[in-house]
Design a protein around this ligand. Structure first.
Ligand code: PLP
Length: 392
């Protein structure tokens, strides 16, 4: 059987920085006590009351095909939440429920890109972005950002990357991996370029409940962007529901109608018992979301303090999200070299910055996803390791 180029070329063939992650998993499976600070998964499970609701919903019969765009009360609750959080009037017709934010990212690009089109992504980027675009037969082009600018994308860099076939710009705030929270000025600059080049903006806002400094401004709330933006949301990070696969797209009604057609031929919706549990989760309100986010704020402060106690490694200001980014360029090693050496020597697994694009080369992304004591121990050992002859 001949496999399509689009299929076999999905990952682009470039060396990905995930080798450290897979090696750490293998070591763990072999019984080595590795501290994993790699992927964005909470160290708590989904709250029992949400799980109870899921169980009850299933027992009560929500196990058949559910409404493909999402069950009406969930679409209403998401629309009300978006209206309340962004100030942009949003109706259920603007909402499509998807199996997680990842499916929403693919669908939003599907809505705009034709084969051979170009899609911009801001570098550094969440690792699935290039493949998501390639899956549609389009070309992913990275727009660099700079540590000196706090990894805020600049209109000039976006303009420089434009071609006549550029149709979309994917942005992500709070940003994974940089922790940058985009300012109003950044978003207004993006709005200007988007209008000039008639781009659709796809705004990945799955970390919007994890803001440590500044404020979360939804791209859809910026004048000029409302009607050309798809926002991507998810219960994964805000409600510790990564495995439930519940996300959404917010966009113009006409586009959502077509996206419902896409859902009909792809996912055929999200299980009803998951949707009912998600509805219950959303109704728990901001207090619950703050409780889920709180450990990451605390651990980010902890790492900030530890890094401030030495002057070898720098930390990028983590303004939001569940990671911190350490700048290890003073060691002269690449992120990949440092992460591999750290895993071998200290049994601590972190992600090389190169996994997320060129803008975070020479950095490490540390997920704040273990308890405070283990994190403190791991960071202290990482900082000490940076001073050893193996590194210096
Ligand atoms: N977007 C970003 C920036 C992420 O970091 C993730 C997951 O880590 C996702 C989207 C996908 O989240 P999910 O599909 O679990 O909603």
């Amino acid at each position: 059987m001949r496999l399509s180029k689009r299929h076999t070329g999905l990952l682009g063939g470039e060396s990905d920085g995930w080798a450290v992650f897979y090696r750490a998993r293998e070591m763990k499976d072999a019984g080595v006590p590795v501290i994993e600070l790699t992927i964005g998964e909470h160290d708590i499970g989904t709250d029992p009351q949400i799980l109870h609701q899921m169980h009850q919903a299933a027992l009560n019969g929500a196990v058949g095909y559910a409404a493909v765009p999402g069950i009406a009360p969930l679409r209403e609750a998401i629309a009300a939440r978006v209206t309340q959080r962004t100030g942009v009037p949003t109706t259920p017709g603007n909402v499509l429920v998807t199996p997680g934010g990842q499916a929403a990212l693919l669908a939003a690009h599907h809505a705009v890109l034709d084969e051979g089109d170009t899609a911009l992504i801001c570098d550094p980027f969440y690792a699935t972005y290039p493949g998501t675009i390639r899956a549609l037969g389009a070309n992913a082009v990275a727009v660099p950002t700079r540590p000196e600018d706090g990894f805020q994308p600049s209109p000039q860099a976006i303009r420089q990357a434009l071609t006549p076939r550029t149709r979309t710009l994917l942005i992500n705030s709070p940003n994974n991996p940089s922790g940058a929270v985009y300012t109003r000025a950044t978003l207004e600059g993006i709005a200007e370029v988007a209008a000039e080049a008639d781009l659709a903006v796809i705004s990945d806002e799955v970390y919007d409940t994890q803001i440590w400094t500044g404020e979360h401004i939804s791209a859809r709330a910026i004048p000029g962007l409302t009607d050309r933006t798809f926002t991507v949301g998810s219960m994964s990070k805000s409600h510790a529901m990564t495995g439930s696969r519940l996300g959404w797209i917010i966009g113009p009604e006409k586009a959502i109608e077509h996206l419902i057609d896409l859902a009909t031929v792809t996912t055929y919706g999200v299980p009803g018992y998951i949707q009912q549990a998600a509805l219950h989760g959303l109704n728990l309100g901001p207090g619950f979301e703050d409780r889920i986010a709180e450990p990451f704020r605390r651990r980010r402060d902890l790492v900030t303090r530890l890094v401030a106690g030495q002057n070898h490694i720098r930390m990028s200001p983590a303004e939001g999200g569940m990671y911190v980014l350490l700048d290890i360029r003073p060691t002269g090693l690449t992120g990949e070299q440092f992460a591999n050496a750290l895993l071998d020597s200290e049994k601590i697994a972190v992600m090389p910055g190169e996994s997320f694009g060129l803008s975070t080369a020479g950095h490490l992304r540390v997920a704040l996803t273990v308890d405070d004591a283990r994190l403190e121990d791991a960071i202290a050992r990482l900082l000490a390791f940076a001073r050893t002859p193996a590194v210096v």
